[in-house]
Design a protein around this ligand. Structure first.
Ligand SMILES: *Cc1c(COP(=O)(O)O)cnc(C)c1O
Length: 412
C-alpha cells in the first residue's frame, strides 16, 4: 500500500503489522477503507472526549477557519484565545490565572519545567536546577519531559545518558514511603526547582492509580520544602477521573498545571501551561532577562482555541461528569469477571478508565490483532489492557468493548 514512507510513532517499522487505513470517524466509531467499522475504546489517545466529529466543535472550527485560521500571538491576540484563557482560569482551582499556550503535551511540560527553573533564577536563587518525579510517571517524549519519566520504562531508557539527572522516587502510598520522601526532600530540596506528578492516574507508563491522600501528601511535602508543585493533568484533565480536574479530588492546587489531550475534544493539537499569579509575578520586572523566553510559532492557534472553547461549551451543556460516573459503574460491573482469570494480575477502574493488568509480558501484536477481529479499537501496551472511551459512549457500545476485553483476556 502507499504510506510505506511513513515513520510511525512507537513502531518497530520492520515487524509492525501494516496500519489500518481509516477514512472516517463518527461518535465512537472508526470506519476503515475496507468497509469494517471499529468501536473505539481509546478515544484516540484519550483526546476525543465528546466522540469524533461532534457537530458543535466541527461548526465552531469551520467558522474560525473561514475568518482566521491563524495569526501569530507575538504582538497580536484574538477573541478565541482571550475567551479560552478566561474560561480555563475560571475552571481551574485557586489562583491558576496565567495561561501559556503550545501545541503538544510534551512541550507544555517543557514550558512548565522552564517556568519552575526561571521562578528561582528570577528571584536570585541559584542551584535549583533539578526536579523530583515519581516511578511509573510519563510526562512526554521531549528531552526535559523524558528526564522526569520512569527511568526503567522501556520507552526512554535508551537515552538515560543524555538526560538531565533528576530525583525519581516512589509515590508516598504508605506512611513509611511518605517519611522516605520527606528524607529525600531534606537531602535534595536546595537543588530542586519543583516536584512534578500526574494526579491520581499515572497513565502512559502503566495506568497506575493512587488515592487522593497520596497526592495531598506530595503537595504537603513539596510546600514544606518550599518547592513548586507541577501537576501534569494532560491525561486526567477534562472529566476523565470523574471531576473536571483530578487535583480537585485531593483538594490540591498546584503552582503550575499542564493541559492537552482532551483540551480540544480531540480535534486540533493544543496545550496549555497554567501558572499561579505568584509564579507569574516573579517574571515581572524592568529586566527583559526576567521574561519567559519561550514562543512556539503556533502559540495560541485560533483554530485550536476555537475548538477548545466549543469543547468547554459541551461540558457546560451536556452532562459529561454524570456520564463519567455511569461509565465508571458499568466498567466496574462488566470488567469484574476479569479479576478471576488466570492471566490477570489486577482489575481497576477510576472514572472513565478501566484497566486489566496482565501477568507477565503479553504478545501485544497478537492482542491488538484479536481486538480488531472483535470489531473494537483497543490498544494494550506494556502489560495493560485498558479502556478510555469517549465520555459520550452509549451503554451498549461500552458493553461491546468490555465483552471484547473479557473474551480476549480470558483466552490467554
Ligand atoms: C500524553 C501525555 C503527555 C505528552 O503529550 P503529547 O501531546 O503526546 O506530547 C504528557 N503527560 C501526560 C500525563 C500524558 O498523558
Amino acid at each position: 500500500m502507499t504510506g510505506d514512507r511513513l515513520w510511525l510513532p512507537y513502531s518497530q517499522m520492520q515487524t509492525a503489522p501494516s496500519p489500518l487505513l481509516a477514512t472516517r470517524t463518527e461518535g465512537v466509531r472508526i470506519y476503515l477503507k475496507d468497509g469494517r467499522c471499529l468501536i473505539d475504546g481509546t478515544a484516540s489517545w484519550w483526546t476525543a472526549c465528546h466522540g469524533y466529529n461532534h457537530p458543535h466543535i466541527r461548526d465552531t472550527v469551520s467558522r474560525q477557519l473561514e475568518t482566521m485560521p491563524h495569526v501569530m500571538l507575538g504582538g497580536l491576540v484574538h477573541d478565541p484565545v482571550i475567551t479560552l484563557t478566561e474560561r480555563l482560569t475560571k475552571l481551574l482551582p485557586g489562583p491558576l490565572n496565567r495561561v501559556f499556550y503550545s501545541e503538544s503535551g510534551s512541550v507544555s511540560v517543557e514550558i512548565g519545567m522552564k517556568m519552575a527553573l526561571q521562578y528561582w533564577i528570577n528571584q536570585g536563587v541559584s542551584g535549583r536546577t533539578r526536579f523530583l518525579s515519581f516511578r511509573d510517571a510519563y510526562h512526554g517524549d521531549t528531552f526535559a519531559a523524558m528526564s522526569v519519566c520512569d527511568p526503567e520504562d522501556g520507552m526512554h531508557r535508551l537515552f538515560s545518558g543524555a538526560l538531565a539527572d533528576q530525583v525519581i522516587v516512589d509515590l508516598p502510598r504508605t506512611p513509611d514511603e511518605a517519611a522516605a520522601l520527606g528524607r529525600t526532600l531534606d537531602r535534595h530540596a536546595g537543588q530542586l526547582a519543583a516536584v512534578i506528578v500526574e494526579p491520581l492516574v499515572q497513565a502512559a507508563a502503566g495506568m497506575k492509580f493512587h488515592a487522593p491522600h497520596v497526592l495531598a501528601t506530595v503537595a504537603v511535602l513539596a510546600r514544606r520544602h518550599d518547592l513548586l508543585l507541577i501537576l501534569d493533568e494532560i491525561a486526567t484533565g477534562f472529566g476523565r477521573t470523574g471531576t473536571m480536574f483530578a487535583c480537585k479530588q485531593a483538594g490540591v492546587t498546584p503552582d503550575i498545571v499542564t493541559l492537552s489531550k482532551a483540551l480540544t475534544g480531540g480535534t486540533i493539537p493544543l496545550a496549555a501551561t497554567v501558572a499561579t499569579d505568584a509564579v507569574y509575578e516573579t517574571f515581572l520586572s524592568d529586566s527583559p532577562e526576567h521574561a519567559l523566553m519561550h514562543g512556539p510559532t503556533y502559540c495560541g492557534n485560533p483554530l485550536g482555541c476555537a475548538a477548545a472553547n466549543a469543547s468547554l461549551d459541551l461540558f457546560e451543556t451536556e452532562p459529561r461528569l454524570v456520564q463519567v460516573s455511569a461509565i465508571e459503574a458499568q466498567l466496574r460491573h462488566e470488567l469484574a469477571d476479569c479479576a478471576g482469570m488466570p492471566g490477570v494480575a489486577d482489575v481497576r477502574v477510576m472514572g472513565a478508565i478501566g484497566v486489566v493488568e496482565l501477568k507477565g509480558r503479553p504478545d501485544l501484536g497478537r492482542l491488538r490483532e484479536r481486538f480488531v477481529e472483535e470489531g473494537v479499537w483497543v490498544r494494550p501496551f506494556g502489560n495493560v489492557v485498558y479502556l478510555m472511551p469517549a465520555l459520550v459512549i452509549e451503554p451498549d457500545d461500552l458493553s461491546v468493548l468490555t465483552a471484547a476485553v473479557r473474551r480476549v483476556v480470558g483466552a490467554r
